[in-house]
Design a protein around this ligand. Structure first.
Ligand code: FAD
Length: 400
C-alpha cells in the first residue's frame, strides 16, 4: 500500500494527525491556507485543558474522560519545553447544587477519584488566590498548553512536509487516489486525504452535508500585574490563565456565525465581566485599562457537540442504496481513503489529539475496541443515517 496522505488544515487536528501518521511511516503533506501552522482556532496564546463534564450526558462524559486522559499523558511525554505546558491543576467553578449532582455522577465513573478531582473548599480557594467563596472542582491533572508550540513540536518530523499559503478548493477522486486543486490552480496528488479544516469542512462536494456552526471567540490578555494571581487555570463564566509568556489570558466570548475579524470593545468588556468572580482585583485592574489586546478566532461546533471523526459515504453509492440495505452496518458505502477530523468546538485541545490518534489507527487498520467505540460516537454520517430513522446503525458502525 502507498503510504502518502495530504492533510488539509494545520490546526491541532491536522498537526496531531500528521504526527501520528509520520510516526507510523507515512509521508505526510500538511496544507494550510494561512501563512503558518496554528493560525486559526488553534492559534491562541494559551488553551486550557480540563475535563468539562455534563450533568446528563454519560456518553459525552466517557468521551471527555478518555480524551482528557489520553491527551494529558501524551502531551506530557512529547518533550515540549516546560514553559509551554503545565498540568498542575485546573479549577472549574460551578453552582453548588450542580457540583453536588455532578460529583455523584463522577464518583460512579472514576476510580480513585481523589487523585482525579477535589471539591473546592476554603483551603483550595485560598491556596489558588481565588477570592470569592465558590463551589466546583479542582481537576488535579488539568492545566494548559501553548497551542503554537505544541503544533510546531508535532510537525517537526522528517516525514512531514508543510505547504502554507495554499487553500484547497476541490477534492477529486481518481481510480487509485485523489487530486486536490488549490485556489492558485496547483494540483496535488496522493493515495489518501484527511480533511481537518474546522468549520470549512463542508466546503467540498464530498462533505457538503457535514454541517458545523462557526462560533466567533475573542480572548484578551494583560501583561504581568503587581498582585498575586491564581497560579493555575481557573474557569468560571470565563477562564483566567496564569502568567504564561508574560500574558494573563482571559475569555472567551461566543457568537454564532459572526465573522467579524477585529477585536470588539464590547467583547473585551464581556471577557472582563466573565472573570469578576474569580479575581476582583484583576477585574478592577482590567476595568481601568484604556485598551486591552486580544485575538479573535472561530470554533467549529456540531449541533450535538460531538466532533466529526471518521469516514464519509460515497455519495453516488449512498443515493442508490435502499434504507434496508443501509440498515446493515457491514454494507455501508464508505468512501475509501478519505478521512475527517473536525467539529471540536471549544474543547479542541482535549479532543483533537485523542481523536487524531484514533483516526491514525483507523487509517493504519489497527483499531482497538476503545477506538471503535469512539468512532461509533463520532461517526460523521450520523445525521444522514438518523434522518432515515437509522439511529442505531449510526452509533454501531463498528461491532464492539
Ligand atoms: C477564542 C477561543 C478560545 C478557545 N479556548 C480553548 C481552550 O481554552 N481549550 C480548548 O481545548 N479549546 C479552546 N478553543 C477551541 C480550540 O481552539 C479548537 O477546538 C481547535 O483549535 C480546533 O482545531 P482544528 O485543528 O480543528 O481547527 P483550526 O485550528 O481552526 O485549524 C483548521 C485549519 O484549517 C485551515 N483551512 C481551512 N480550510 C482550508 C483549506 N481549504 N485549505 C487549506 N487550509 C484550510 C485553516 O486556515 C486553519 O488553520 C478555543 C477556541 C477559540 C476560538
Amino acid at each position: 500500500m502507498q503510504k502518502n496522505i495530504l492533510i488539509i488544515g494545520a490546526g491541532i487536528a491536522g498537526c496531531s494527525l500528521a504526527h501520528f501518521l509520520a510516526n507510523s511511516d507515512w509521508d505526510v503533506t500538511l496544507i494550510e491556507s494561512k501563512d503558518n501552522i496554528a493560525q486559526g482556532g488553534s492559534g491562541n496564546p494559551v488553551a486550557a485543558i480540563y475535563p468539562k463534564f455534563m450533568l446528563n450526558d454519560e456518553a459525552y462524559n466517557d468521551f471527555m474522560l478518555r480524551s482528557f486522559r489520553f491527551t494529558t499523558d501524551w502531551i506530557s511525554q512529547l518533550g515540549l519545553n516546560k514553559e509551554d505546558f503545565r498540568f498542575d491543576g485546573a479549577i472549574e467553578i460551578l453552582e453548588e447544587t450542580y457540583t453536588k449532582k455532578l460529583e455523584i455522577n463522577l464518583s460512579k465513573k472514576i476510580t480513585s477519584k481523589e487523585d482525579f478531582f477535589s471539591l473546592i473548599n476554603k483551603s483550595i480557594l485560598s491556596k489558588y488566590s481565588i477570592e470569592r467563596n465558590s463551589s466546583g472542582f479542582l481537576f488535579h491533572q488539568g492545566g494548559w498548553i501553548n497551542p503554537i508550540a505544541l503544533c510546531k513540536q508535532l510537525t517537526n518530523h522528517s516525514n512531514i512536509k508543510i505547504i502554507t499559503h495554499q487553500k484547497i478548493k476541490s477534492i477529486e477522486k481518481l481510480i487509485d487516489g485523489w487530486t486536490l486543486k488549490t485556489e492558485d490552480k496547483k494540483t496535488l496528488n496522493s493515495s489518501h486525504v484527511a480533511i481537518c479544516n474546522a468549520y470549512s469542512v463542508n466546503q467540498f462536494d464530498l462533505t457538503q452535508h457535514l454541517y458545523t456552526d462557526a462560533f466567533r471567540g475573542q480572548v484578551n490578555w494583560i501583561t504581568s500585574t503587581s498582585f498575586s494571581m491564581p497560579p493555575i487555570v481557573t474557569c468560571d463564566e470565563g477562564y483566567l490563565a496564569p502568567l504564561i509568556h508574560d500574558k494573563h489570558v482571559f475569555g472567551a466570548t461566543y457568537a454564532m456565525n459572526d465573522f467579524f475579524k477585529d477585536l470588539r470593545t464590547s467583547d473585551t468588556k464581556k471577557n472582563i465581566a466573565s472573570i469578576k468572580g474569580i479575581h476582583r482585583k484583576f477585574y478592577n485592574y482590567c476595568e481601568t485599562q484604556k485598551s486591552i489586546p486580544g485575538r479573535v478566532a472561530w470554533r467549529a461546533s456540531t449541533k450535538d457537540r460531538k466532533p466529526y471523526v471518521g469516514q464519509v459515504f460515497d455519495n453516488q453509492l449512498f443515493k442508490k442504496m435502499r434504507v434496508r440495505e443501509l440498515a446493515r452496518a457491514d454494507q455501508l458505502p464508505w468512501l475509501k481513503n478519505l478521512y475527517i477530523a473536525s467539529g471540536f468546538g471549544s474543547r479542541g485541545f482535549t479532543f483533537a489529539p485523542y481523536c487524531a490518534s484514533v483516526l491514525a489507527n483507523l487509517i493504519n487498520g489497527n483499531l482497538s475496541q476503545e477506538d471503535k467505540e469512539t468512532l461509533n460516537y463520532t461517526n460523521p454520517e450520523r445525521y444522514r443515517l438518523k434522518k432515515m430513522s437509522l439511529k442505531k446503525v449510526a452509533s454501531q458502525i463498528y461491532k464492539v
